[in-house]
Design a protein around this ligand. Structure first.
Ligand code: MRU
Length: 353
């Protein structure tokens, strides 16, 4: 099975993505070719979720350089760095975007001797390898996740960390999807995830498609379902983990973690190890994206739901303090608090992004 959310065309001239902004009502694909196409698709969340953004950006860098071609190696590299910087500026919080672009740039630089054709072939292979590796990581993360659950568990999810946001299975949803394949019955409670409704539009869609019992709740209902004993664990993905374990994920995640602590419910973060950014000491070093107020006031409504003159604050992510996280589950293994010890132990000496 191959990922369907981000597909590199065989001729290397385009990337075809599922337009996630149209789900769940319409499953439509769009074709991306130019640097502007990739920048706009990422910025507008047509492709979204930290790993999927990275995969799309890496393929995008290859596709745009393939179209540019040329004969001068230095000029090729300069253009490549400029386009990578441009695509990287589309969204600031997920570290996967930066990592994937850097990996594809490095592949080209390491194959400079092969001329432009050699560099392009290395970029093509690397961009596909990023996606293949994500498939393997999601599967491994989901296997680890199954050690935390039992049949019949109620799981609270926030935002979307399924196949659409990654490649296959997902990170935060991978355990549920893999478990369902193996005959587990889970009861997912899915936060709708205001303001862009990734939970309602995407997680509910993906879990339902996978045959998992899913109940949609508004974000402000998480407390009542926890208090009523319906939740055994909270599962989320993430966009960047600082070296001390502080974790950036979709706005509202930290509130779920605070509630989970209050009710004594474990709160698990799932991510590829490449989402851990050792250059960020703490969550305070993670840049939080701010988005347009229209997302709060008028998007998804027939008429604006607030006076036009009213100010809005719309951070797209928040940081969950490391102390609130029961475990961070990666493809390399499981980290527990204090993360300043367990994260370096995870990487050992040969850390690879
Ligand atoms: O703004 P989005 O929809 O890209 O935010 C996505 C999330 O916050 C996800 O939870 C995160 O990227 C993990 S995806 C496996």
């Amino acid at each position: 099975m191959r990922p369907e959310n981000v597909v590199l065309a065989d001729d290397g001239k385009s990337v075809v993505i599922i337009d996630q902004t149209l789900l769940p009502n319409r499953l439509e694909h769009i074709t991306l070719k130019t640097p502007e196409d990739f920048y706009d698709a990422i910025k507008a969340l047509k492709v979204r979720g930290a790993p999927a953004i990275g995969i799309c950006a890496g393929m995008g860098l290859y596709v745009t350089m393939n179209a540019l071609g040329g004969t001068d190696r230095e000029q090729f590299l300069t253009e490549m760095h400029n386009i990578a910087a441009y695509i990287n500026s589309s969204r600031p919080t997920a570290v996967n975007l930066f990592h994937a672009l850097r990996r594809v740039e490095n592949a080209a630089m390491e194959h400079k001797d092969g001329g432009i054709a050699g560099m392009l072939e290395a970029m093509r292979k690397e961009s596909i390898a990023i996606q293949d590796r994500d498939v393997a990581m999601c599967k491994a993360i989901s296997e680890y996740g199954l050690t935390f659950v039992k049949d019949g568990d109620g799981i609270l999810t926030h935002c979307n960390a399924g196949p659409l946001a990654t490649s296959l299975y997902g990170t935060g949803l991978g355990t549920l999807i893999l478990g369902a394949e193996r005959g587990y019955t889970f009861h997912a409670y899915t936060d709708e995830t205001r303001p862009l409704l990734q939970g309602a539009r995407l997680t509910a869609y993906e879990l339902d498609k996978a045959g998992i019992d899913v109940t949609l709740i508004c974000d402000n209902m998480a407390s009542i379902v926890m208090k009523q004993g319906k939740i055994n664990a909270c599962f989320v993905g993430c966009d960047r983990v600082a070296a001390n374990g502080d974790t950036a994920n979709k706005i509202g995640t930290s509130g779920v973690a605070v509630l989970a602590k209050h009710y004594g419910i474990p709160f698990y973060v799932f991510c590829p190890s490449s989402t851990i950014d050792m250059e960020c000491g703490t969550g305070a070093d993670i840049k939080i994206e701010e988005r347009d107020s229209e997302e709060i006031k008028s998007k998804f409504y027939r008429e604006p739901m607030a006076p036009a003159s009213v100010k809005c604050y719309n951070p797209a992510f928040d940081v969950t303090d490391a102390e609130l996280i029961t475990a961070i589950i990666t493809e390399k293994g499981i980290c527990r608090y204090p993360y300043t010890e367990s994260i370096p132990a995870l990487f050992g000496k040969d850390r690879q992004c």
